[in-house]
Design a protein around this ligand. Structure first.
Ligand code: HEC
Ligand code: HEC
Ligand code: HEC
Ligand code: HEC
Ligand code: HEC
Length: 228
């Protein structure tokens, strides 16, 4: 008796709830700007990256090693935010890797040309952007507005003040060239950047995370390898 009354009640509850949800969902979808969805969800994008989550293939899921005391990403709660997993700053220009890498088929090293040559990964100069964007002015208003900002910086002769997404503390010595030459993929540390409309830090990049891979690959874990 009790049981059946209970289930009738819960069925009503479900019906009311689903009615509510279906009433609210058009509100939710109309709240999103239409332009934003346009290039990203179209059939124009296909191939190996299309359905991958952004943290696919990241070393150890971006988590510090189990034995590491820093297993909890405390920066996430206490800061600094820019050293925590999930850091995803607004950029001065809405640069989109999906459009450039997937839709236009550009290689990472076309823009980040120094990764295999030096310790740091270069971010392209305004002039390199202008090489294309003198001609590519944008196919909709949102793009036009963003691309116009590039020309402004070029005219003023100022570099674009990009916000750094991956920040190592001063005492850590990191080297791109060594990793790239050793065949460690960008994806193992940065995730599926080709699928990021806005770059996000997908790994804690804690000491234990670095060392875990160094152990596995038989590379030095000497303190002086990574610390100055
Ligand atoms: C058209 C040029 C261009 C191409 C091609 C490109 N990038 Fe970028 N990338 C940028 C610019 C500009 C920024 C800085 C703005 C930002 O963070 O979105 C950036 C930022 C980044 C960052 C964050 C750097 C930081 O601040 O810590 C990573 C990581 C990155 N790119 C990886 C890649 C990878 C991996 C590829 C290839 C799959 C790639 N990029 C292809 C231009 C490019
Ligand atoms: C090889 C040519 C090429 C280079 C180099 C290039 N872009 Fe683009 N970019 C494009 C194309 C093509 C589009 C798509 C335009 C469209 O669909 O309307 C685009 C779109 C954009 C957009 C509008 C879409 C959005 O994300 O809001 C911005 C902003 C942009 N690029 C910024 C940059 C910046 C900054 C650089 C330099 C780091 C750069 N681009 C370098 C070809 C290039
Ligand atoms: C072993 C891990 C690892 C790999 C592999 C790796 N990166 Fe990085 N990347 C980092 C770290 C750590 C930083 C932050 C460096 C710092 O702040 O000193 C960084 C920073 C960057 C930056 C910001 C500029 C800079 O040098 O600080 C860009 C752009 C970038 N990486 C692109 C790439 C690209 C493109 C590839 C592949 C060709 C790649 N990275 C491979 C770990 C990695
Ligand atoms: C996915 C695996 C992987 C991760 C993650 C990784 N590394 Fe490495 N690292 C390597 C490999 C492989 C080499 C060996 C390169 C060689 O033999 O030249 C290397 C080499 C290095 C070197 C040069 C070593 C030398 O002998 O000069 C430094 C410095 C370094 N890593 C720092 C770091 C730091 C700091 C981090 C974390 C932010 C990190 N690595 C994360 C795989 C990794
Ligand atoms: C493979 C690279 C690597 C090696 C080897 C390494 N460290 Fe680190 N270490 C790091 C990184 C990266 C950080 C910064 C992590 C973060 O953002 O908190 C760090 C941070 C630290 C810190 C600051 C506290 C903390 O955990 O953030 C201390 C202290 C430290 N390391 C000591 C050592 C000592 C002692 C050794 C030798 C036994 C060593 N490290 C070896 C990469 C390394």
């Amino acid at each position: 008796m009790r049981n059946s009354r209970f289930s009738v009640l819960s069925i009503r509850f479900v019906i009311v709830l689903s009615a509510l949800v279906s009433w609210m969902s058009p509100l939710a979808s109309s709240a999103q700007p239409a332009v934003d969805e346009n290039p990203l969800s179209t059939s124009a994008i296909s191939g190996p990256y299309k359905d991958l989550p952004v943290n696919q293939g990241v070393w150890n899921g971006g988590q510090a090693a189990l034995w590491d005391l820093n297993i909890i990403d405390f920066y996430k709660y206490f800061g600094p935010q820019q050293r925590a997993r999930g850091f995803k700053p607004e950029q001065p220009i809405k640069f989109n890797h999906i459009i450039h890498v997937q839709k236009n088929g550009m290689e990472c090293q076309y823009c980040h040309w120094s990764v295999a040559k030096s310790s740091y990964a270069a971010i392209p100069e305004v002039d390199a952007c202008m090489g294309c964007h003198k001609f590519v002015l944008g196919s909709n208003d949102q793009y036009k507005a963003e691309i116009a900002k590039i020309a402004e910086y070029a005219q003023k002769g100022e570099p674009i003040p990009w916000v750094k997404v991956h920040v190592m503390p001063q005492h850590v010595n990191f080297n791109h060239k060594r990793h790239v030459k050793a065949g460690v993929g960008c994806q193992e540390c940065h995730g599926v950047v080709p699928n990021m409309a806005q770059v996000e830090r997908v790994s804690s990049m804690k000491m234990g995370w670095c060392i875990d891979c160094h152990r596995e690959r038989g590379t030095s874990i000497d303190c002086y390898t990574c610390h100055r």
